[in-house]
Design a binder for this molecule. Sequence first.
Ligand code: EPU
Length: 419
Amino acid sequence: MDQVIISGKQRLEGKVTIGGAKNAALPILASTLLGGGDCVVANLPQVRDVVTMVKLLHLLGVSEKTEGSCVTLNAAHINGTEAPYDLVKTMRASVLVLGPLLARFGEATVSLPGGCAIGTRPVNLHLKGLITLGADVFVEHGYIRAKASGLKGGRIELDFPTVTGTENLLMAACLATGTTVLHNAAKEPEIVDLADFLILRGAKIFGAGTDTITIEGVKELHGAEYAVTPDRVEAGTYLMAGAVTQGDVFVEQCIPGHLSAVLNKLQESGATVVEEKYGIRLTAQNRLKPVEIKTLVYPGFPTDLQAQMMALMSVADGTSVISETIFEGRFLHVPELHRMGAAIEVDGHHAVIQGKPSLTGAPVMASDLRASAGLILAGLAAEGKTTVSRVYHLDRGYERLEEKLQGLGANIQRISEPS
Ligand code: EPU
């Protein structure tokens, strides 16, 4: 297993290019199951979750040809409708094949994802929505078994605007007969990206990006060429890396409008943020000021940037409060930040962070994808050496992170962990 070693206190300067969004790529890839034509998906991030999704589609019989960051998939003939435990346990987003398989082939068997480091993360709302569309759904022996002899459009009221739940139901409704209206739908940019891809393939979807999405079912979807939207979480992570080192970074090929809540908080904390034509420039001259943050569904502050923001606030000049309202268990980075000298107290879903002038490098362990990024940012701000282990979490969602940070002047490298 690899480790990442950082010697902190280097001011980051320069330009970094953002890749395609992992959380848009995953549903787009899963949705290729909805029809038989060639789907050419470009600007794919080279991260492990994308590799896992392509592997799952391959296992189901989808033909695949990958060239760099572009994959051509064709689901004309598939040889199974089951997503097995071995794959689903490594990536919860495998549940995204449930809606497309059921809608096109009338059956799907998908392992229940189970809990994960950041919370229990049930999929009850995905299943409830599919039942409204006429599916029979059973959970037995750790598997979701869904069957339908043709889904029928209906009115679905989501109790919470779940992101992958909205995506699963949106995909399923594309091939249902009649009209489906999804109320309280998620509004994340990744939903809009999926809808844009499906529309290009002949789907009839209205209102993606608002809380009411209307889908008029069609008989079939054809192939299309599409480029995945830039990764707003990757972009936010590099902006915060610039801020935590009091640096000057230009994050290019991102969409500033996807990051409004984050840019507002960075500005409130004293960083200078300039939205340019092809990206965002952040400059920070001094220690940042403390801020209050509450993670919310889009367009609020994203939970996927909470750990990184906490690292930033650990060296801010004052006391910050971060409230995590999306996942109940997403503070696992806190004990690791304590090891680096951070002063953080957690009370339920609130964390109170007393900023220190500096952190001290230490060996720390990553617990999940975004926590890993938070620890790396803390390492960039710390005196001395920080060693982050279990970085396989990082590889699930950040492409070439060390290389990109090195390009900004960070002293960071990856080594193979001694056994
Ligand atoms: N929830 C339910 N029932 C459901 C579905 C969700 O109770 O059927 C609850 C969850 O337990 C959670 C909340 O609703 O408390 C939000 O979960 P949501 O379903 O929106 O999250 P998700 O779809 O599982 C996606 C991203 C996550 C991101 C969240 C929130 C993908 C593949 N994953 O997860 O990304 O944190 O939305 O924005 O899109 C990451 O990239 O590191 C990551 C975890």
